[in-house]
Write a protein that binds this ligand. Sequence first.
Ligand code: NAG
Ligand code: NAG
Ligand code: NAG
Ligand code: ZN
Length: 535
Amino acid sequence: MVTLFPYVVAVLCGATSARAHWLHPAAPAAASRAETSANYWAQDAQAAINARLERVESVKKARNVIMFLGDGMSVPTLAAARTLLGQRQGKTGEETKLHFETFPTIGLVKTYCVDAQIADSACTATAYLCGVKNNYGAIGVDGTVRRGDCQAASNTATHVESIAEWALADGRDVGIVTTTRITHASPAGTFAKTANRTWENDGEVSQMGLDAKDCPDIAHQLVHHHPGNKFKVIFGGGRRAFLPNTVQDDEGSYGRRIDNRDLIQEWKNDKDSRNVSHQYLWQREQLMNLNDDLPEYMLGLFESSHMEYHLKSDPQTEPTLAELTEVAIQSLRRNEKGFFLFVEGGRIDHAHHDNLVELALDETLEMDKAVATATKMLSEDDSLIVVTADHAHVMTINGYSGRGNDILGPSRDVGRDRMPYMTLSYTNGPGFRPHVNDIRQNVTAEPNYRTLDWESHVDVPLEDETHGGDDVAVFARGPHHSMFTGLYEQSQLPHLMAYAACIGPGRHACASAAHLPSAHFFVALLALFTSILLR
Ligand SMILES: *[C@@H]1O[C@H](CO)[C@@H](O)[C@H](O)[C@H]1NC(C)=O
Ligand SMILES: *[C@@H]1O[C@H](CO)[C@@H](O)[C@H](O)[C@H]1NC(C)=O
Ligand SMILES: *[C@@H]1O[C@H](CO)[C@@H](O)[C@H](O)[C@H]1NC(C)=O
Ligand SMILES: [Zn+2]
């Protein structure tokens, strides 16, 4: 009973107690007796067939499009996160589904970039937001620009438009929400054009001996350039790129800018000059106190750098991703024409890089809650929701434990050296333990292996665990969701969303262009006339 107590609290109290931490794994739950019957699985399959047959796909225009991006949310991350979710509810876990895993269409995308076998978050953001593969480290520019080549990127012919720009051109509203710095690579893909993702503030540009006028930093682009200056909702972390390095923010951290500009003030001035209502927010309370009459423009920067991990944050000061998503939708859905919203669970990636596997899984579950919030607020009939990842990581799920074994605990088996290993480990990263006489260290003898700061064990010592080169999954729900099935290039994603939403330069699902006779039709007609004339 004692070990079950935290689970009971979590189930009874729901979201607020989700920050409670599970220091002691529960005894493994046993699989239900029903599962031992063949009939159970046959019935499960028949129910699945019926559900597929009853599925109706909306062929309306997708008025609203939300793209959820789990940074580094590999397929094994999904399997481990869903198991953890179930185990937190006192179940065996493996049979659990994340909310977005119930979406009707699932596809796989290939994440390599023009010059990279294993991608980073910059070239992938250009792919899944601008529809173009480009080079590692570069954002919003085509594959002619190498990372760091300021001169090449200053040629606007290299710039590529994002789906956010296609939405704005159609009169829809745009918002971006993330748990990282708002100037970080993934959200920057919606608005920035830069040869180097690191140029988040002007100091980073100058440090390279470059002029920030030739290569404006990412924060500057968000406040002053199209399309960032038209975004109605901007929520994330990263105040430091907006403030001078001589100025402290509301929580006492210094800015990073060397041009002495206060871009938060300049954002407010820009909205004043356009006579539109606006509000700057920096703590959760301000977000919760917004009344129904939301300001037209909102800039929320809740941390100096990235927002805290959900399990480590102070719930009083930092909103959850679900809370941010809810306010963003409330704001954007006031536009009759619809909106495009980008929401990133950005810290799955950071936790993986540090081999902090429980944090990576919990951040995945936090994004899942944000997806659930969105599906509650928006109809499947007119709102397309796409959930995906930018690239994988090298976390792996090792065999062979019994059903319901603690997903964060040791495998049931031991190595050839008789030493235990964990079910979840990484092929590389900071969690390397030197071997003693060719024998691995006994990780289960480390007293803290079930705590948040415990680094999982790895094979190759590296300062930072690396991304993985495997494909990532795409989940789709709403109008034209079946377009997202199959295995395809990641750069097709914004084109598919634009097709369903009838925005952007390509083919549209609803516009007359889709019904216009094709060139083949005219060729056939010509052939018919010719054959008649020649008769
Ligand atoms: C990108 O910018 C950072 C910060 O200025 C710099 O350290 C790095 O060398 C740059 N990368 C390239 C390839 O120029
Ligand atoms: C600004 O907006 C207010 C309220 O909507 C309006 O009364 C005022 O005339 C506007 N001013 C300008 C310069 O457009
Ligand atoms: C590893 O540590 C655990 C926990 O202290 C212990 O029960 C087990 O016997 C150890 N195994 C070996 C091979 O040292
Ligand atoms: Zn990463």
